[in-house]
Structure formats: structure tokens, C-alpha cells
Design a protein around this ligand. Structure first.
Ligand code: GCB
Length: 617
């Protein structure tokens, strides 16, 4: 049975969705005793009863940058709480679900003092049915304990150690990855209803033949397993509607919940700038019917309805290329972060819309969700705009390879693929970023990880962003597309942009020679302070970023002649927050855009290149 909660909550004639976003209460627990609240059963009452300070905290948002005190660097647990009402109509013939789109890193959830669910691994949704926990005639209370600690067995890894301060020992969270470990309820919280018998999961696969024949295979899971429930569906009506709402294909199924729709003149899903109308989406409507209990009619009654946006396209790959609808792709993209001032990693629709405006302005056709799954809303945006996604799981910088970690790592990929497999924008799964893949144990670890992921990959190739070398890496041989990260003229040969072309073309060629797979550069770049100028170029200046990029472009142009080089990804789309280290000025400044999403000088150069590439291909 599929994991629950990975279907996006959408309203329909048979379902209601209510947002629980807004102001919640937040209370810190003592860093020295993070589980005190569990022992003391704080969830049984409102948090006010603890006598501690409760502050107003927006959801969704990271809690770190909201206040002016030490909450930013808090290690351990915080407690969230809010109250809500549900309409009485939800009591009868309905089930109510509580769904979190992401809480980082782990969460335990209570409703009216009773345990509802728990989850770990940030950036991924989870839900629970709470019908039996609800008061229909009185107020309800949700309590969430959120723990941000990372250890050897979390994805990603980290370690909590004790620092001796002037005020005594305090726990500190250590981690080696290069972005701030923001925490909290990062994405929306929803309540939604379904009928007792309902559609609980959907899987689709699409294909486009060279003759323009579209095909959608669908598979549904129904959930009606509640005690005493004996409703049997009479039939399933599946209708595919085009953008104008016209029915383009349909099917009626009795007793089976899978099938195929064929479209003679399908409008394909194309990436941005590959077609005048990129990101074409249909709406696939599922309607489940049951026998009516009204006596006057023998028409069946609508039991449940769910609508899924669908893009029709084929994705294939070989040892030389990645193809959409039979056409080889060249990816012009970015590594990114979900990161902004004040809200940290909290979902922000204004920011999301701005980011997609910038992606289109600059002519990009792809990005990698470095280094964790991005919001479901961003995946929907990518579908709509024809932006291709290399979808990365949260395994950044993993270092100690052990069985419990492998289990978590597999689970993160399973949840990610389950959540995102229906998106036409997803063109590859990235199983890791810069794992310490030269270490002992890496070979066996990645062999198991990749075998497992391949068995659930749902028609996408597997890749990773590697910083080891072709001769020492124990991961690359298992992948379909080999991606590498390299900071020529930044971490190596700082200041010397005159070494890039040689080093880069040689390295790409040796990845190719060793593994015989398509090659992508997933990261290159240099930190750049907006407004810092120097002629001739000097590191950290805008001129240096321009020069570093233009030498990379020269290398990429040589590599593109060799056909198997299929993509270039800048590090990074925008400046972002990191931990405090002496190599970072207020964060990582490798952005083409500032953290405020305004262009640095290099943005204009990149725009010129990306549009030129789009015309050529
Ligand atoms: C990398 C990492 C990325 C860092 C980047 C940098 O290799 O994958 O997370 O931010 O380098 O700027 O050092």
C-alpha cells in the first residue's frame, strides 16, 4: 500500500480543503533537555500551562530569523500550537485529514492531546486521519513538537556537540553542508476532507509517439478500509480536459482502477523555449461513482472527485543523451536554494513567482533542487512554465556509511519519488550531493541505494552531484547521468581564470572516458559581493564572476561539440544563508541574483548565453 499523504490536497465537489497557515504559538524547550515536554506531557494541555513564554510564530516560515534573540541558533525542540474549529458537516460521512507539507527536521503531532502522527526527514509531506480525534462542537488544538537536531543517522547528517561557553556548557549543532540548518513548519498545513470511500493515490505515466499519439496510463488506489464500510464503487469515469476545458479523451471503468487514454493529436509538454507554448498541461479528472440510495433514481451517485494536472511527454535517455519527445536536451540551469530574508526556508508564493519570472527572464530551462526536495507548489510552477527539474533528495554531504543511514536515505528517495513522479517537469532523480564517495563502505552503500532507487524510478534516469574525481568515486559507475561539481578558479587556482578551459574540458572528458555516460556540470561559480568592482578582475568582484563565467562558457562550447556533454548548471541562482564561517560574508554569495532577487552584473551575460543556446538547439 502506498504511503499516505503524498497526493496534493485539492478541493472538489466531494472534498474540502482548509488552510491552517497563519499565526501559531511557539515555545522553546531547554536545549539541555529537549525531551522534557514529552516526559511532562505538555501536549495534554495548552502550552500556556507550562508557564513559559509563548511567542507568535508565522506558519509557514523558518522560526530562526523571526525574533531578535537566540532562537536563531536554538538546538533541540520547539513546540508549536494553534486552535481551530471544524464545521459540524464534517462529522457525517467524511474523513478529516491533517497534512503537513514539510516540517524540518522531525515532528510529533497531537490533536486535542492525542498522538496523531510523527515524521522525520524534512522537506517531505506527511498526514494523518484525525476524524476520531476531533471535537465537532468545540474548539480543537494542534500541538507540534519540532526537533532540528541532525545526527549520524539523519538525512542529512550532522552532529550535536557540547561547547563550553562563559555561561556553561551548551549543545551546538555541527554540520558540513553549506546552507543554514533552518527549522520549523516550513510549508503549509492543511485540513482536508474526503468521503469515506475515496481516491487515496494516483500514479500516471505518459508517452508521446513520433506520430504525435499521446498516451496516459493511470493507476488509482482507493481507500475505504474503515471498519464497517461496505460501499462498492459502480464505476470510475476518467476524463482528460484540455486547457479550454474540452474533453480530449475519456474512459469508463467498472471494477478496475487502472487504464490508458489515447489521444490522436496530443499537445505535448515541452520545456521552456523549445516550443512557443511550453508547459502545456491537461487536467485529468477522476470521478468515482457508487449506487445511489435515492429511490427515485437509478443514476449512480458521485462518491469522490480528484483532478490532476498532467503534461504529456516522453522521456528517454541513452549513453549519450537525455531526450524529451525524442529530442536531445541541453540543460541550461541553476543549483538553487529555498532561502530568503526573514522567512528562511518558509514557503512564500511571492518569492516563488518572482523566482520563476527571473528563471524565464534569464532563459534557463532547468534547475536542480539542491540539496533537498522543494515545495510542491514550486513543482507545480515548474510544470506550468516548462522548467525541467533534477529532483534531489536531502542527502547532502553524507559521510558515515552505515545501514541505518542507508535505510533513511532510501526512505527519503522513496517519499520524494512518490510525491513527484507525476510531474512532467521531473527529468532525473539526484540521489546525493557531494557524498564522501571515495570512502570505504561507499561502494556497497551506493550499489544498494541505486539498485533500490532504480526499482522505483518511474521512468527517470538517476544522477548525482559528485565532487570526487573519476578515479576515486565509488558512486558514478551506478548512475545513468554523471554529474560533477567543480570550482575551477575559485577553491582551486583562485584568481586564475586562465586555467579553466583546460582543466574543465579535461575533467569532463575523463568522466566520460571512465563511465561512458552523459555528463553534466552541476556546479561552478565564485562568490561575488554585489557592488564590489575591480578592473582587472579580482576575486569577489562582479568583474571576476563575469570573467569566470565566460571562461566556463568557452569550455562548455568545446564540450558541447562532443555531444555527451548535456548540461551546465550555475552555482547558485541567488545568494543564500549559511552557517557562520570565515569563508562566508553574510552567507554564500555565489548567486547570479542577490538574496533579494536583483541581478548582479553576470546575470546579463548569462542571459545572453542562455537565450543564444536556446536558439541554437
Ligand atoms: C558545493 C556544494 C554547495 C556549496 C558550494 C560552495 O560543492 O554542493 O552546497 O554551497 O559548493 O559554494 O562551496
Amino acid at each position: 500500500a502506498p504511503t499516505r499523504g503524498l497526493l496534493y490536497p485539492r478541493d472538489s465537489e466531494t472534498r474540502e480543503v482548509r488552510s491552517l497557515d497563519g499565526m501559531w504559538g511557539l515555545m522553546k524547550s531547554s536545549p539541555e533537555d529537549p525531551l522534557e515536554g514529552i516526559r511532562e506531557k505538555w501536549f495534554l494541555n495548552t502550552l500556556r500551562q507550562t508557564g513559559r513564554e509563548i511567542i507568535a510564530m508565522p506558519v509557514p516560515a523558518s522560526y530562526n530569523d523571526i525574533t531578535t534573540d537566540d532562537l536563531r541558533d536554538h538546538v533541540g525542540t520547539v513546540w508549536y500550537e494553534r486552535t481551530f474549529f471544524v464545521p459540524r458537516s464534517w462529522r457525517v460521512n467524511q474523513r478529516t485529514w491533517l497534512r503537513f507539507s514539510s516540517v524540518h527536521y522531525s515532528a510529533v503531532v497531537w490533536v486535542n492531546g492525542q498522538n496523531a502522527t510523527s515524521h522525520s526527514i524534512g522537506h517531505l509531506p506527511f498526514e494523518a486521519e484525525i476524524s476520531r480525534l476531533l471535537n465537532f462542537d468545540a474548539e480543537n488544538r494542534i500541538t507540534v513538537m519540532c526537533d532540528n537536531r541532525l545526527g549520524n543517522r539523519t538525512i542529512p547528517q550532522g552532529s550535536v556537540y557540547e561547547a563550553t561557553t562563559d555561561y556553561g556548557p551548551v549543545p551546538v549543532q555541527g554540520y558540513t553542508f553549506d546552507f543554514f540548518n533552518y527549522a520549523g513548519i516550513h510549508r503549509s498545513v492543511h485540513l482536508y476532507t474526503t468521503p469515506l470511500l475515496h481516491i487515496s493515490d494516483i500514479e500516471i505515466t505518459t508517452k508521446l509517439t513520433t506520430e504525435g499519439l499521446g498516451r496516459i496510463d493511470y493507476l488509482l488506489w482507493l481507500d475505504g478500509s474503515q471498519e464497517g464500510l461496505r460501499i462498492q464503487p459502480t464505476h470510475l469515469l476518467v476524463q482528460l480536459r484540455d486547457r479550454d476545458g474540452e474533453v480530449a479523451a475519456q474512459q469508463i471503468n467498472k471494477a478496475v482502477y487502472h487504464g490508458s487514454l489515447l489521444l490522436p493529436n496530443a499537445k505535448p509538454w515541452w520545456p521552456y523555449l523549445m516550443h512557443p507554448d511550453p508547459g502545456y498541461l491537461y487536467e485529468l479528472q477522476f470521478e468515482l461513482f457508487v449506487a445511489s440510495n435515492e429511490e427515485e433514481t437509478d443514476a449512480d451517485a458521485l462518491q469522490d472527485a480528484y483532478r490532476l494536472p498532467v503534461g504529456i511527454r516522453s522521456l528517454s535517455w541513452s549513453n549519450d543523451s537525455l531526450l524529451i519527445n525524442g529530442k536531445p536536451l541541453y540543460l541550461r540551469g541553476f543549483g538553487r536554494h529555498e532561502d530568503s530574508d526573514i522567512r528562511g526556508k518558509g514557503l512564500d508564493n511571492a518569492l516563488l513567482a518572482r523566482d520563476f519570472s527571473l528563471l524565464k527572464w534569464i532563459g534557463a530551462n532547468a534547475y536542480r533542487t539542491s540539496h533537498y526536495p522543494y515545495s510542491e507548489e514550486s513543482m507545480q510552477f515548474a510544470d506550468q512554465h516548462g522548467i525541467m527539474i533534477v529532483d534531489e533528495c536531502p542527502a547532502v554531504n553524507i559521510d558515515i556509511f552505515e545501514p541505518q543511514l542507508l535505510e533513511q536515505h532510501m526512505s527519503s528517495l522513496e517519499q520524494l519519488i512518490h510525491r513527484d513522479r507525476n510531474h512532467p517537469s521531473v527529468v532525473a532523480w539526484s540521489v546525493a550531493n557531494e557524498p564522501r564517495s571515495t570512502k570505504q563502505g561507499a561502494f556497497k552503500y551506493f550499489e544498494s541505494l541505486v539498485n533500490f532507487t532504480r526499482s522505483i524510478a518511474h521512468g527517470r534516469p538517476l544522477t548525482a552531484a559528485i565532487n570526487a574525481s573519476p578515479t576515486t568515486c565509488h558512486l558514478a559507475q551506478f548512475l545513468d547521468i554523471v554529474g560533477f561539481n567543480r570550482y575551477n578558479s575559485w577553491y582551486q587556482n583562485s584568481g586564475r581564470t586562465d586555467m579553466i578551459v583546460n582543466l574543465l574540458t579535461n575533467e569532463a572528458q575523463s568522466w566520460r572516458d571512465k563511465f561512458g555516460k552523459p555528463i553534466i556540470q552541476f556546479e561552478y561559480g565564485g562568490d561575488t559581493m554585489e557592488g564590489m568592482h575591480s578592473l582587472p578582475a579580482f576575486i569577489w568582484s562582479e568583474e571576476y564572476q563575469v570573467e569566470l563565467f565566460s571562461r566556463h562558457f568557452k569550455a562548455f562550447d568545446e564540450l558541447r561539440e562532443r555531444k555527451w556533454f548535456i548540461g551546465e548548471f550555475v552555482w547558485n541562482f541567488a545568494d543564500f544563508r549559511t552557517a557562520q564561517t570565515i569563508t562566508r560574508v553574510g552567507g554564500n554569495k555565489k548567486g547570479v541574483f542577490t538574496r533579494n532577487r536583483q541581478p548582479k552584473e553576470v546575470a546579463f551575460l548569462l542571459r545572453w548565453r542562455y537565450f543564444a543556446l536556446a536558439k541554437e538547439l
